[in-house]
Design a protein around this ligand. Structure first.
Ligand code: APR
Length: 324
């Protein structure tokens, strides 16, 4: 092929770029998912020298088998993240058995503030997705540390919690998981609010398919879904479902899909809450959180959402002390 003899000018070919901060279990699995779905090139960055480079090389060595075109670069240098469309923060400690997500706050707040400030210098227009726990407070901290408009910062939790509930309902009823639709709101903690009135199997409310006791059992399992995995693994937290959930949000933004997904978003009066990041249904597209859907809540649900918000506010207070 003689390209120089052609009068054809190729379009500007630049793949989208996603930076994943933290090459641990969540970060490396997310990198794999993004690459294998051909969504973007990925820069995987970690504080440990050699770790992201090794993971990137290993993932690239499978490229010919998995048949994707995404470039994966491992680095310890933020200069390599320049011009990212999306930055995903997974850096930080994961839970050990017996720990709550809130127990991670002191250490993770320092890490998240540090990496967010570094990343924004090289990608001032990026959308930031936060996965590090405690999720809602870390998302607020990232918003403050980057100085971005709130619509460009969001936390990944509602997709994961909804996906866990979706799986548990499908397992209970023996139906196809894809036919189950769920919605979990609130903070990513024990006070999260699975909205079972809005959970359906192909449009059929689950209350018509199972009794109240069963629904309550599945709700409780969802609330403690992360802890159940931590207890079994003994060495860290869940990462396959968190990575899949993060990847779904990345895809919604890069492909401008206007997906209606629960995410930790900045509230300014919605649900009677102000100046807080909390899990609510959002439309996610190329501009990040494009709108927030206010679903009707009963008084009891509203109370539960506010209780969850109160606990998130306590974490935000502690996290913000790191920024001074
Ligand atoms: N900069 C970059 N990377 C860092 C930094 C930092 N300042 N501090 C820690 N890391 C990296 C670690 O070196 C490690 O590779 O973050 C990674 C964390 O990986 P894991 O310990 O495997 O934790 P993981 O299971 O991936 O969870 C990460 O996501 O779901 C949440 O609760 C979970 O907060 C935790 C986070």
């Amino acid at each position: 092929m003689n390209a120089s003899s052609s009068s054809y000018t190729p379009p500007h070919c630049k793949s989208p770029l996603v930076t994943v901060i933290g090459a641990g279990n969540v970060g490396r699995t997310l990198t794999q998912r993004i690459a294998e779905k051909n969504l973007a090139d990925v820069v995987l960055i970690d504080i440990v020298e050699g770790l992201p480079q090794g993971i990137a090389l290993d993932l690239m060595a499978a490229q010919g088998i998995e048949l994707h075109d995404s470039k994966i670069i491992g680095t310890n240098n933020y200069e390599d993240t320049v011009g990212s469309d999306i930055v995903v923060i997974t850096a930080g400690l994961a839970r050990k058995p017996g720990m709550s997500r809130d127990d991670l706050i002191q250490t993770n707040a320092k890490i998240v503030a540090d990496v967010a400030k570094k990343a924004i210098q090289y990608s001032p227009n990026a959308q930031f997705i936060v996965i590090t726990n405690p999720l809602d407070a870390m998302t607020y901290l990232t918003w403050k540390a980057t100085g971005l408009p709130a619509s460009q910062v969001m936390g990944m939790a509602g997709v994961l919690d909804s996906s866990r509930l979706q799986t548990f309902i499908a397992m209970e009823l023996g139906v196809c998981t894809a036919d189950v639709s769920t919605m979990v709101l609130g903070g990513h903690g024990d006070l999260m609010l699975p909205l079972t009135r809005y959970c359906t199997v192909r449009g059929v409310p689950i209350a018509e398919l199972m009794d109240e006791e069963t629904i309550e059992r599945l709700v409780e399992r969802t609330r403690h879904g992360g802890a159940e995995v931590v207890k079994l693994l003994q060495t860290g937290g869940a990462y396959y479902a968190p990575a899949s959930s993060g990847c779904l949000m990345v895809e919604a933004i890069l492909r401008d899909r206007s997906r209606l997904l629960p995410a930790a978003a900045y509230l300014q009066g919605q649900y009677g809450l102000d100046d807080i990041f909390l899990g609510v249904p959002c439309r996610l597209g190329c501009r990040g959180v494009e709108s927030i859907l206010e679903v009707k809540l009963t008084d009891e649900e509203q109370k539960a959402l506010h209780a969850s918000a109160d606990s998130v506010r306590q974490n935000i207070k502690v996290a913000m002390e790191v920024l001074g």
